[in-house]
Design a protein around this ligand. Structure first.
Ligand SMILES: [Zn+2]
Length: 158
C-alpha cells in the first residue's frame, strides 16, 4: 500500500533555471516532521527540501522536482559545486544519530525513488548524502544509516 503524501509548497525555491535532476542528496532534518514543514514555510529560514519523510512513511512535497530547493549549501558532487542545481533533496525527519531510520522511512524513500529512477535513468552512483558532499561542514546522514539506505536501494534497483 502506498504511503500517504501531502504537499506544502515552500516559498524557498527557484523556479528557473529548471532543476537538472541528475540524482538525489539525502538529509536528516533534526527537527520533527511538522516542525520542519513549518520552518520551510517561513521565507526567512531560506531552507527547503524537495521531499520530507516522516517516521511512519508519510511524505511531504515542499518543492516540485522541476524547481531548485535550498538544501545543500556549499557542496560538491560529480565534480561540480552547487549541488542544489542538479540534486533533488530528500530528508528523513529526525536525527539519524539519535535514532535509526525506520523501516517505513526506507520503504517510503524507495517508493519515492521508483518512478524517478526509471524516468531519469539514475544509478546508485547518482545518490549521496549531505555528509559526503559537504565534508566537515555537515554530518547527515549517520554513516551507519547511509549504509542501510544504500543497501536497501541497491537491493531494490539492481
Ligand atoms: Zn542536510
Amino acid at each position: 500500500m502506498p504511503f500517504a503524501e501531502l504537499t506544502r509548497l515552500s516559498p524557498n525555491r527557484d523556479r528557473s533555471p529548471a532543476h537538472e535532476q541528475l540524482g538525489v542528496l539525502f538529509h536528516h532534518s533534526i527537527q520533527p516532521f511538522d516542525e520542519t514543514i513549518a520552518l520551510m514555510a517561513r521565507p526567512e529560514s531560506k531552507v527547503s527540501y524537495h521531499c520530507l519523510i516522516a517516521p511512519e512513511g508519510t511524505r511531504c512535497t515542499l518543492v516540485p522536482d522541476a524547481e531548485v530547493a535550498w538544501h545543500a549549501g556549499a557542496s560538491e558532487f560529480l565534480g561540480r559545486t552547487r549541488c542544489n542545481d542538479f540534486l533533488l533533496g530528500v530528508a528523513f525527519a529526525g536525527d539519524t544519530y539519535a535514532a535509526p531510520l525506520t523501516a517505513a522511512q526506507i520503504a517510503s524513500a524507495l517508493e519515492w525513488l521508483a518512478p524517478r529512477w526509471t524516468r531519469h535513468a539514475w544509478t546508485i552512483a547518482r545518490l549521496t548524502d549531505h555528509r559526503q558532499v559537504s565534508p566537515g561542514r555537515k554530518d547527515d546522514l549517520n554513516p551507519t544509516e547511509w549504509s542501510r539506505l544504500h543497501a536497501a536501494i541497491v537491493a531494490q534497483f539492481p
